[in-house]
Design a binder for this molecule. Structure first.
Ligand code: VGL
Ligand code: ZN
Length: 226
């Protein structure tokens, strides 16, 4: 499925059981970063605008950070290989990445234009050397939880709005796990960008998300309640 073919929800009103989750809006995923996502910087102002809406309504905003130790096994350099080479191991893959989002490095910081102070919690993921975590909920070993679902449940959240980077990796796996964990999931499609590596990955990710009941809309169709 192509991005243009995804069916969009016409009108969305932010309810009191809604949370906004901003995925990995970090320097290394910006066009000048170590693992650049095309157009990654262009979505920042519109994400701020939606976050401002949630903030005014008193709805929770949670941000995630990809947060790897040096020498992480998702890095091609840790295997003497080239970035984007295919590589599958338990908790790693399907491709290897350039070194990125190393804990405490400038590349791991939020994009300076992102209004991160509006986030009431920051979830850091991918910090175990041999296990990656694309999802904000469950690491790539498919077992280890980040704690986010419990946190959302305690806040009474039933529906999550997912935005940020990258659509076919961290947003995608967060959406699927969100569904598995019983949340409604809505992605404003203009507030996210894809890596699309290996080629065709975005199309496959869209098929999977649609099949599991993830809904899509555009940010200008989201209105405040009341
Ligand atoms: C991501 C690849 C590697 C993401 C993180 O945020 O989508 N992708 N690490
Ligand atoms: Zn990563």
């Amino acid at each position: 499925m192509r991005l243009e073919d995804v069916e969009l929800v016409q009108r969305v009103e932010v309810g009191d059981a809604d949370a906004l989750i901003v995925i990995d809006l970090q320097n290394d995923f910006m066009p000048s970063g170590a693992l650049p996502v095309e157009g990654g910087d262009a979505i920042v102002p519109s994400i701020n605008a939606l976050a401002e809406k949630f903030h005014r309504l008193g709805n929770p905003i949670i941000a995630t950070q990809d947060w790897h130790p040096p020498g992480h096994l998702s890095f091609a350099s840790s295997h003497g290989r080239k970035p984007f080479e295919r590589y599958e191991a338990e908790g790693i893959g399907p491709v290897l990445w350039p070194d990125h989002c190393v804990q405490g490095s400038p590349g791991a910081d939020f994009h300076p234009g992102f209004d991160a102070k509006l986030a009431k919690a920051v979830i850091r993921k991918g910090f175990r050397p041999a296990v990656d975590s694309y999802s904000a909920f469950v690491e790539n070993d498919r077992r280890t939880r980040t704690g986010l679902s419990g946190y959302l449940r305690e806040l009474g959240v039933e529906r999550i709005f997912l935005c940020g980077l990258a659509l076919d990796y961290c947003v995608h796996f967060s959406a699927l796990h969100g569904r598995e964990l019983g949340f409604e999931v809505l992605i404003p499609i203009d507030l996210t960008k894809a890596i699309d590596s290996p080629p065709g990955n975005l199309s496959r990710a869209l098929d999977l998300m649609v099949g599991r009941g993830v809904k899509f809309t555009r940010s200008e169709r989201i209105s405040a309640r009341g």
